[in-house]
Design a protein. Structure first.
Length: 280
């Protein structure tokens, strides 16, 4: 995994935002990242001298927990037993991460929240908490195609030589759906403190969900799992039907036209973030 703090620490004064300017701001700043796995959120932050901002990423704790549980970071190929351990590792990571965020806010430290912002409800709650604590809050939203997100995830473990985790493709698909549907609500929620960038595939892409499922999900489908109860199966089928309908509506460029048309180049997004950090 390319850690954001490593990217940020490499940035020099070329960004035009020095540590003194940030430290001298009247209020602490929080930048919330939103985007599906593999969208390229970290890349957009290149060119910004914000190395003195704390970077909070639940993945750091989650990966440590997985290693301690002796679970492979290649989560897309996990066994049922490993999937159970993964769930416990994530539950523990969530508790630790929540405490880290709370301590950072109590200390009035400026920070970057490096995540997907897949839950609109939790993001609203966090933003409200930050505003009450005297923070100025900004969102960087990065859109990418479902196929690109799945492609990035599929190769992530191998590209990192086993140091970074891949997710179960079904999780990537659900997160992509949630984040993509949250675009308009997030844009309205953050107002002027919002910018979006679209990282889309240049070559021809799959626009049929069945084709995407056959290529990126079915090869990694969970095997030897316990059968669901009738009630649980009915709920699962209903949720799957709902998600399938939503994703099919978003798969074409027309389905995400609002996102693409209102997104800007990486350089323009970087300029807007610089102005936010300067308090302009």
């Amino acid at each position: 995994m390319i850690k954001l703090e490593h990217i940020l620490n490499e940035i020099t004064n070329a960004a035009g935002v020095n540590s003194g300017a940030i430290a001298g701001a009247n209020s602490p700043k929080a930048i919330i990242l939103a985007g599906a796995p593999g969208a390229g959120k970290g890349f957009i932050l290149k060119g910004l001298n914000i190395s003195n901002l704390q970077v909070l990423n639940i993945d750091d704790t989650y990966i440590d927990n997985l290693k301690q549980a002796n679970v492979s970071l290649d989560l897309k190929n996990a066994t049922p037993e490993e999937r159970s351990k993964q769930a416990l590792a994530m539950a523990d990571a969530n508790k630790s991460f929540k405490k880290s965020v709370e301590k950072t806010i109590e200390a009035k430290k400026s920070f970057v929240l490096d995540g997907t912002a897949g839950s609109y409800k939790k993001t609203v709650e966090l933003k409200d908490e930050l505003i009450k604590a005297g923070y100025e809050v900004f969102m960087l939203y990065v859109y990418t195609d479902l196929q690109r997100s799945l492609m990035q995830n599929q190769d992530r473990f191998e590209r990192s030589s086993g140091k970074d985790r891949s997710l179960a493709p079904a999780i990537v698909l659900r997160t992509w759906n949630s984040v993509t549907n949250n675009y308009k609500p997030y844009k309205e929620l953050f107002g002027d403190n919002f910018v979006s960038v679209a990282n889309t595939l240049k070559d021809e892409k799959l626009t049929n969900l069945d084709d995407i499922t056959d290529k990126y999900l079915k090869p990694y489908a969970a095997k030897n799992t316990k059968p669901k109860t009738a009630a649980r199966q009915a709920y699962s089928d209903k949720q799957k039907e709902k998600t399938t309908k939503e994703i099919n509506a978003l798969l074409s460029d027309e389905g995400v036209r609002d996102i693409i048309d209102n997104s800007v180049a990486a350089e323009e997004a970087q300029s807007k973030i610089k102005r936010f950090l300067k308090g302009e």
